[in-house]
Design a protein around this ligand. Structure first.
Ligand SMILES: *Cc1c(COP(=O)(O)O)cnc(C)c1O
Length: 357
């Protein structure tokens, strides 16, 4: 069997969930959209179900997958419904539903829903992606409560720049939110992972941690709380071929790397078809049998090359960690010019293996 695989540490997932709830002092929806950022939504939700206050997903397809797997906890649809006819399923499966636009308010008013819904009413406090305008927020709130089809409303908004710890934009967004919700007696939810970890002063009855559950920092710089996260995914494979090259020899497609000295090259069964970023340059860290080394040459579809020159104990069959507890996915992301969110979501083809420790 091809040795490429992703190990998912469910104990680490629970540790990170508990950390989110503890530092926020709030209830926490575990965000498991996009197949739990590539970690497998059903297994991750099952691992958290005993303690999670609920889950959040991007769409009803993702929510139904969790319900079909037997998840009974609350599930929030982060973009609500895309078409009004989803409301029947939302009612049937008791899903919680974001409302971010007036057409959704109207659809709920016109719907045949009998069991009143739980709605999370989203304000655009300055990210300018989705959410109601501050001027229409209170009226939307009143209409939803008045129509008889909504039992409970949570007031929510989302930050655009909470990952920038020296940026005042989150506080500006908070001020817009506070203004818009004046006089409304309802629970609130503002904080995603960077806001949970980096903005302790921002209130929230409910937090919505995503990336931090998977043990990756949302910040570019060091951060004390983020340092307490435990990586959940280990992407690993093995050295499947070794060759000794003299100085001046090219390695891989496009001769993007040329040996500077006599070099022992290890070929690893891992490539961009597995989700390893093709744009990771030579020098991107890898760990080989527990020792740090570097990627060399272009990443190809099914293989990539690493430098074994300074690791005489390593060779054919050596275990290679592409990211995990030794090489952080966030460090690989920086090398590849992306973010750990995308690194995880791109994962494919490799089997996911779940372990408890
Ligand atoms: C994805 C998402 C989150 C989780 O964000 P992280 O940065 O991964 O913690 C929270 N809230 C909303 C509305 C989202 O779409």
């Amino acid at each position: 069997m091809r040795p490429a695989r992703a190990l998912i540490d469910l104990q680490a997932l629970r540790h990170n969930y508990r950390l989110a709830r503890e530092v926020a002092g709030a209830k926490a929806l575990a965000v498991v959209k996009a197949d739990a950022y590539g970690h497998g939504a059903v297994r991750c939700a099952q691992a958290l179900e005993g303690e999670a206050d609920g889950f959040a997903v991007a769409c009803i397809e993702e929510a139904l997958q969790l319900r079909e797997a037997g998840i009974r906890a609350p599930i929030l649809l982060l973009e609500g419904f895309f078409e009004a006819d989803e409301l029947a399923l939302i009612e049937q499966h008791e899903l919680w539903c974001v409302v971010h636009a007036l057409w959704q308010v109207e659809a709920i008013e016109r719907s045949a829903v009998r069991k009143p819904l739980t709605v999370w009413l989203k304000l655009d406090s300055g990210m300018h992606r989705v959410g109601l305008h501050p001027a229409e927020y209170q009226a939307a709130y009143r209409r939803l409560l008045a129509c008889g089809r909504v039992a409970k409303i949570v007031l929510m908004s989302h930050f655009a720049r909470a990952d920038e710890l020296d940026c005042s934009r989150s506080e500006e967004q908070l001020a817009v939110f506070e203004q818009a919700r004046q006089g409304l007696a309802a629970e609130i939810s503002l904080r995603n992972s960077p806001a949970v970890l980096g903005w302790p002063g921002i209130p929230s009855d409910w937090v919505r941690p995503g990336i931090m559950l998977y043990g990756a920092t949302p910040f570019e710089q060091e951060q004390a709380l983020a340092a307490r996260l435990q990586p959940v995914m280990t992407l690993e494979s093995k050295v499947i071929s070794v060759r000794e090259l003299p100085a001046g020899e090219p390695v891989g497609y496009g001769a993007r790397f040329v040996t500077e000295r006599p070099t022992r090259v290890g070929v690893v069964a891992m490539g961009y078809a597995d989700g390893y970023p093709r744009h990771a340059p030579s020098g991107t860290p890898v760990a080989i049998d527990g020792q740090l080394s570097r990627l060399i040459g272009r990443v190809s579809m099914d293989m990539l090359c690493v430098d074994l020159s300074d690791l005489p104990q390593t060779g054919l069959g050596s275990r290679v960690e592409l990211w995990g507890k030794q090489v952080l996915a966030s460090d690989v992301a920086v090398c590849a010019g992306t973010i750990p969110y995308q690194i995880f979501c791109n994962l494919r083809r490799v089997p996911l293996l779940y372990c408890e420790a």
